[in-house]
Ligand binder design. Structure first.
Ligand code: NAG
Ligand code: NAG
Ligand code: NAG
Ligand code: NAG
Ligand code: NAG
Length: 370
């Protein structure tokens, strides 16, 4: 089954017409929630029958969201473009998806549920290629409970001060590859949540935002949770002006593990906290009490890391007393201060591991094996 959408950028109404016809042809159901005269907009919500066939969508031109949160009044405000339960979904551009999120950013998060621009849930064997996604109300691309996902050549862009606009968030998914991504945004560039495994990020650029994060793990809206995160690799990534680089963050009180994680061939420019593990993650610094449990972090490798940082503590392993970090490896690390004359250092709390080759600033890992 082939599913083609061609959208002339200037002619939104024509796009709506073609979109509707094609969706029907392809056995999709859709709902066009509202179109307002002055300001044409649509809320398109479609799902497909998981029939095992391949669904191909080519998106040319733009898909544009309503520019006001009130357009969601009375309808499910946790979704805009959603793909659920599809096997073999193939979406390719060149296309633009504009979430027009600025009016959402002004509202407190408490007043709206998570609203990603693109949400994929329970999709197996999917491709998303050659797309640009901008200004999402929250996370730009949310991958939930999917497997065998290939994301290739993706640009994501939203302002540095747009809150909660993660670039790509992966949750409860396996075998996800993100290849050639260029992301500038206001929150995590790519984040990896609970129950994610076999995640490969290759050739990534992250501009401002909060860097690539494994986590935060071990806490949900209803309190402590379990995490099982493993086999994560980030190979070839460049971070420019981000507030964190390669980050692993877990809450006190959770359970489970995050292990076999590697960051290789990473370059930082002007980054705060280039290498950081924070096992005391807390929304309000210092407000979360020490707990007797936590998500166990082990086998984390940093190899071939270069570049500059604006913070003095360039390498920060802040692990908990209850569950120390083990098997951390620093292999050929050379970080320099972005501010000339600044002295860089490493900081370790309950962090165990070893080094190989040049490690600058020098390592503070304890070598005692547990
Ligand atoms: C992403 O941005 C880069 C440079 O900013 C550009 O070369 C590339 O074509 C863009 N790709 C897409 C899919 O928009
Ligand atoms: C660690 O993860 C990599 C993929 O990133 C995988 O190839 C390797 O087999 C894993 N190692 C172990 C010991 O599980
Ligand atoms: C990064 O920050 C520096 C110093 O603030 C600035 O000069 C540069 O333009 C920024 N680069 C990007 C790509 O934002
Ligand atoms: C961690 O690394 C050790 C040796 O380096 C290996 O024996 C063990 O299987 C690894 N564990 C995981 C969960 O990757
Ligand atoms: C480690 O975490 C604790 C608790 O959040 C915090 O008070 C402390 O400043 C952190 N240490 C470093 C070096 O970041």
């Amino acid at each position: 089954m082939t599913f083609v959408i061609r959208i002339p950028i200037e002619n939104f109404c024509s796009f709506m017409g073609q979109f509707a016809v094609l969706l029907i042809l392809c056995m999709f159901y859709y709902e066009i929630m509202s179109i307002v005269a002055q300001e044409s907009f649509s809320v398109v919500n479609y799902g497909a029958v998981g029939d095992g066939e391949t669904d191909d969508a080519e998106i040319y031109g733009s898909i544009i969201a309503p520019n006001t949160p009130s357009a969601w009044e009375g309808i499910d405000s946790s979704q805009w473009l959603k793909f659920d339960g599809i096997t073999g979904l193939d979406i390719s551009g060149p296309g633009l998806i504009d979430g027009r999120g600025s009016r959402w950013w002004d509202q407190s998060c408490k007043h709206h549920p998570e609203l990603p621009a693109l949400r994929f849930s329970s999709c197996n064997g999917m491709n998303l290629r050659n797309m640009k996604v901008i200004n999402s109300p929250q996370t730009h691309i949310h991958i939930l409970a999917c497997s065998e996902v290939w994301i290739d050549t993706i640009n994501i862009s939203s302002p540095w001060d747009s809150p909660n606009t993660d670039g790509i968030h992966i949750h409860r998914s396996q075998h996800v590859t993100i290849y050639n991504s260029e992301i500038e945004n206001g929150d995590d560039c790519i984040s990896i949540g609970d129950f994610a495994s076999h995640i490969k990020i290759n050739n990534a650029y992250c501009g401002f935002g909060h860097g690539i994060s494994v986590g935060s793990l071990g806490n949900g809206p209803d309190g402590p949770t379990e995490a099982q995160v493993e086999d994560i690799s980030v190979v070839v990534a460049r971070f420019m002006n981000t507030t964190n680089g390669a980050r692993i963050k877990t809450w006190q009180g959770g359970s489970g593990y995050a292990r076999n994680i590697s960051f290789e061939q990473i370059n930082f420019a002007n980054v705060e906290n280039p290498i950081i593990i924070d096992q005391n993650y807390c929304k309000v610094k210092g407000a979360c009490k020490e707990q007797p449990t936590g998500v166990q972090i082990s086998n984390v490798t940093y190899r071939g890391i270069t570049g500059t940082t604006i913070t003095k503590v360039a390498v920060n392993f802040n692990c908990s007393d209850a569950v120390p970090c083990t098997g951390i490896s620093l292999d050929n690390i050379k970080l320099d201060p972005a501010i000339s004359g600044q002295q860089l250092s490493s900081s370790c709390n309950n962090a165990y591991g070893w080094t190989n080759g040049v490690v600058q600033p020098s390592s503070c890992l304890e070598s005692k094996s547990l």
